[in-house]
Design a protein around this ligand. Structure first.
Ligand SMILES: NC(=O)c1ccc[n+]([C@@H]2O[C@H](COP(=O)([O-])OP(=O)(O)OC[C@H]3O[C@@H](n4cnc5c(N)ncnc54)[C@H](OP(=O)(O)O)[C@@H]3O)[C@@H](O)[C@H]2O)c1
Length: 296
């Protein structure tokens, strides 16, 4: 069986996927600055997407049957601060990956973001118009085009805000909340930012299912509930039996005067539900999946 290649295994989502898949002999992963992943280091490669030739050479060598491309400059702030790098890593390197995947006949699963939308609507479907407010969103829109123009067996999975425990590297909104609560620091959360918060276990299940799935095209994967950040924080802390009095409510405009964070990027996940066998649990069950021990 031809191999599977996962880019970005040192990150939050990639680490979870590596934890799930790396016991299979033919699964390979890439990291860049953080070689934090102890499992099966013999099948890991240090790749800098700033030099797209490195990933091209690796794909030509491995000829994977499927590439799951997660590596990215993955935050709004980071992309605003490193604009040139963000375009190179998120868009240009993705173009090279798409072209090389096509050349060797790989299926390509690319992870995009809810930040492709302006957040003025809600419950976004795959056919809705994109209108990114940030460089991050723009680079991902460009990458999506690069994928579909250059790779014939491709899935672009737009994911919503993903939470849970990191296995190796990276972090998540839920971990930020827990960390602040434990330290007794204020937990400032927006009351007017709505997301389809997605637990990382369900996401990993869906990505694994897509590897050998016939689906091609665009797919929205998010949690089953549309929640604002405040409600999510309360549900999480209640689940963990932690005090919620440190929560400070704020409007998005108070911390984001330039309006780069879309207000409501909740997803309609009807297509994902129709396409995949993966179960998309409602929020309380999903939080239980992500934090099964009810403790921090
Ligand atoms: N987490 C979310 O809520 C969320 C929501 C929407 C979309 N996404 C998308 O999902 C994907 C994974 O997100 P994540 O939260 O797991 O991100 P993350 O924790 O920030 O991980 C980013 C990964 O990209 C790698 N990377 C960064 N710069 C690189 C470079 N120059 N060359 C090679 N690799 C590089 C990092 O490697 P090193 O750490 O080793 O340098 C790391 O493995 C991203 O494409 C992101 O845009 C995430």
């Amino acid at each position: 069986m031809q191999p599977i290649l996962i880019t970005g295994i040192s990150g939050f989502i990639g680490g979870r996927l590596w934890n799930k898949l790396s016991s299979y002999q033919n699964v390979y992963g890439t990291y860049h600055l953080h070689d934090v992943v102890p499992l099966h280091s013999e099948r890991q490669f240090c790749i800098d997407l700033n030099n797209s030739d490195e990933i091209q050479t690796l794909i030509l060598k491995l000829k994977p049957r499927c590439i799951i491309h997660l590596a990215a400059i993955a935050g709004i702030k980071d992309c605003q601060q490193h604009v040139k790098l963000a375009w190179q890593i998120n868009s240009n390197a993705t173009l090279k990956i798409a072209q090389t995947a096509e050349a060797v006949g790989s299926r390509l699963i690319f992870i995009s973001t809810d930040c492709v939308f302006n957040g003025k609507s809600r419950s976004y479907r795959e056919g809705d118009l994109v209108d990114p407010l940030s460089i991050y969103g723009q680079t991902k829109v460009s990458a999506e085009k690069n994928i579909f123009t250059n790779c014939s067996d491709a899935v672009v999975v737009r994911i919503n805000n993903t939470y849970g425990r990191p296995v190796f590297g990276g972090s998540s909104f839920s971990e930020w909340i827990i960390e602040r609560q434990v330290k007794g620091e204020p937990i400032t959360v927006f009351t007017d930012q709505y997301r389809s918060f997605l637990d990382v276990i369900t996401l990993a299940n869906a990505l694994v299912e897509l590897i050998d799935h016939p689906f091609k095209g665009l797919l929205h994967i998010g949690g089953a509930n549309r929640l604002n950040r405040l409600t999510f924080a309360e549900i999480l802390l209640n689940h963990l039996g932690r005090d919620t009095t440190g929560i400070v409510k704020m409007k998005n405009s108070e911390l984001d005067p330039d309006g780069m964070n879309p207000l409501d990027t909740s997803f309609d996940i009807t297509l994902a539900r129709k396409t995949l066998k993966t179960n998309f649990p409602r929020i309380h069950d999903a939080v239980q999946l992500a934090y099964p021990h009810n403790t921090v």
